[in-house]
Design a protein around this ligand. Structure first.
Ligand SMILES: [Zn+2]
Length: 647
């Protein structure tokens, strides 16, 4: 027993420490603004009202689920149920209907305030079209997310409160969620960014009080509440000198993940049960806080007073008398973020559709595939030969029927790579098996063919980060390659080779090129090179200015070892560029070198006989999934056996 207690005591502080960085990040993002004249002036415009309209205020909200390709209901691509659960919880919390409110201790019973605010999912989008109030966007920016994700999608914040749900939040903000008080931002849309693990009480979140009430805490900030300890750092004694500008919340240094109802940090009993504290038992707003939120909602600062107007409720489809009908399904799907299909490899099609319900009917058609059609939500199919294939998803839902057809090209992968960018149709190619593809933010200059070349031929590919912001990634994918002809063993390793030219534009240039490959058709990637600005430079003399054009001496041959892709038949190589303030990076003559073991697929021709069959360790017992075939014409073929020992 004594031993158990010791372990307990040792473990608890670590748990608390690790959680210390997971709570609200609003203070972190606000600290750059709170002492600015503009913020102070804007805040001064929010008048303290003696009387205000006490009727329920309806606030239109919209969820933007930013995810990196997970199916709906998995990880940050949270289910509709989890979103509805979060909406129910904030509506309980803002109407004194939360069951934990009964835990408020006697000392604070008399200052419990009722915000009387009702949140409703938007039923009309900014263009007046039917919406479920939920948008799902595929983007790798969901990891370490910050305000940059607002570039992906943001609705007018004078009409809706935007709630972006992400995989994780930028660790420099280090938070479960964050937002801005009114009057802070003027050139950016406002809203709440929340880690999916803190959204609602089910699914990828859970029912601990600080998780279930996270969104209510953030709405407190959005409606102009500070933490109960003011602008200081949670837990510091100096906080006794600061106020939260709410008269009935006692001065406090704040609690953290504990629930000490007797806590007195600044000479009187703390209201640690307040939603704007970090204790593990928050459950109430005070009357003073409700007044402050109402002052904000009656003020034109950041147009919070427009949200609940009659006209806005009609425009957003949230008015009591608006007869909301079920929307037509909005159909969308993808395979992986590169959206490639490889022959003979099962591939999952993932629905990213909205305005569908549990009784919606999915009908996929996959002409040319092994299954032809499917009624699953995320079916898996296989294509056995190369070519162009249409994929159609038809959804019948309460709101009607919609469909989407996309065309996919299944590569017959070439067994090497020789690209000198002479083809003017790049990234497309008259020979579809040699086509490249590009994935990039659509508002930034990305990978483009240029007539400049490292050799006497014309053509290279180039990119420039001069006008980039937010460190968005620009991805360039090679054709799918069959590298089964490259030797697995000793000898010269398989290498990616190319000519590169790059100069630094100025001292603010900060670029990055990452080269990786996938051997499973783009599902997973192995990074093989990470080159920053200094690693990239191929010039000798200083900065190069805006429009770098390399001379012959400024091209350098680069090599990247990709030996672990040797022997694989569905390889894709990825060049991923990001940065800011840069000039041009050029790439030309992309090829492969390595030990070729003379494998070819022509062994089925007559009068060529199989003379020996060995496993990868040279044994004649064939209980190994990888085998080497030796033919009488001197050729060697490597084969994978799916059921070794059964033949
Ligand atoms: Zn906070």
């Amino acid at each position: 027993m004594a031993r158990l207690i010791t372990i307990f005591l040792l473990v608890i502080p670590f748990v608390m420490l690790s959680q210390h960085h997971k709570l609200c990040g609003t203070d972190n993002v606000m600290k750059n603004y709170i002492n600015t004249t503009r913020f102070k002036n804007e805040q001064a415009k929010i008048l303290k009202l003696e009387n205000y309209n006490v009727n329920t205020k309806i606030i239109p909200i919209v969820f933007h689920i930013i995810h990196d390709g997970d199916p709906i209901g998995v990880n940050e691509n949270v289910s509709v149920d989890q979103i509805m659960d979060a909406v129910n919880i904030i509506n309980e919390d803002f109407n004194n209907q939360n069951s934990d409110l009964e835990n408020v201790i006697d000392d604070f019973q008399n200052i419990i305030g009722n915000p009387n605010i009702e949140f409703r999912l938007a039923k009309l989008d900014p263009d007046g079209n039917c919406t479920s109030g939920i948008n799902r966007i595929v983007s790798s920016m969901t990891t370490q997310a910050n305000d940059c994700i607002k570039d992906l999608i943001a609705w007018d914040d004078s009409q809706y409160v935007n709630i972006w749900v992400v995989e994780s939040i930028d660790s420099s903000i280090g938070a479960a969620a964050y937002t801005y008080l009114p009057g802070t931002l003027w050139d950016e849309v406002e809203g709440i960014i929340i880690n999916h693990e803190y959204l609602g009480s089910i699914g990828s979140s859970n029912n601990t009080p600080y998780k279930r009430h996270t969104l209510s805490h953030e709405f407190g900030h959005y409606f102009n509440l500070q933490h109960t300890w003011g602008w200081g750092t949670n837990g510091e004694v100096e906080n006794c000198n600061y106020d939260d500008n709410v008269s009935d919340t006692p001065n406090t240094i704040g609690a953290y993940s504990t629930c000490n109802l007797a806590q007195q940090s600044c000479g009187n009993l703390d209201n640690i049960q307040n939603f704007m504290d970090y204790s593990s038992c928050t459950c109430m707003f005070s009357v003073g806080q409700v007044n402050r939120m109402q002052d904000c909602l009656n003020s034109s600062v950041s147009q919070r007073n427009n949200l609940w107007t009659n006209s806005n409720l009609w425009l957003t489809g949230t008015h009591d008398n608006y007869n909301a009908e079920a929307c037509l399904p909005s159909v969308d799907f993808y395979t992986s973020y590169v959206d490639r299909i490889c022959a003979n490899s099962p591939i999952s099609f993932i629905s990213n559709s909205e305005s569908v319900s549990s009784n919606s009917v999915f009908y996929w058609s996959f002409p040319g595939s092994d299954i032809g059609f499917s009624s699953e939500i995320n079916p898996q199919v296989t294509y056995s030969s190369s070519g162009q294939y249409d994929v159609t998803l038809n959804i019948i839902s309460t709101g009607g029927e919609s469909s989407l057809t996309k065309s996919y090209y299944v590569y017959d992968p070439p067994n090497s790579l020789n690209e000198n960018f002479q083809n003017t149709q790049f990234p497309n190619n008259p020979e579809p098996n040699l086509a490249w593809s590009i994935l990039s933010p659509n508002n930034e200059y990305t990978w483009t063919r240029s007539p400049i070349s490292s050799t006497s031929t014309t053509g290279s590919v180039r990119i420039r980060s001069r006008y980039y912001n937010c460190n968005k990634k620009h991805k360039l994918f090679s054709p799918t390659l069959n590298l089964s002809s490259y030797a697995l063993g000793s000898g010269n390793p398989l290498k990616l080779k190319f000519d590169m030219a790059y100069g630094k534009r100025n001292n603010q240039t900060d670029d990055l090129l990452v080269i990786s490959f996938s051997k499973d058709c783009g599902n997973t990637w192995q990074v093989r090179a990470t080159w920053d600005t200094d690693d990239l430079i191929t010039t000798n003399f200083g900065n190069v200015g805006n429009n770098f054009i390399p001379n012959q001496t400024e091209w350098i041959e680069k090599e990247v070892n990709i030996q672990s892709a040797a022997g694989e038949d569905d390889v894709i190589i990825k060049f991923e560029f990001s940065g800011e303030n840069g000039s041009y990076l050029y790439i030309d003559n992309v090829s492969l070198t390595g030990e070729w073991i003379g494998i070819h697929d022509g062994h089925e021709i007559e009068d060529v006989k199989l003379i020996k069959q060995l496993d990868i360790l040279g044994r004649e017992s064939l209980n190994n999934s990888l085998q080497i075939y030796f033919f009488s014409d001197g050729s060697v073929v490597k084969k994978y056996k799916l059921n070794p020992g059964n033949n």
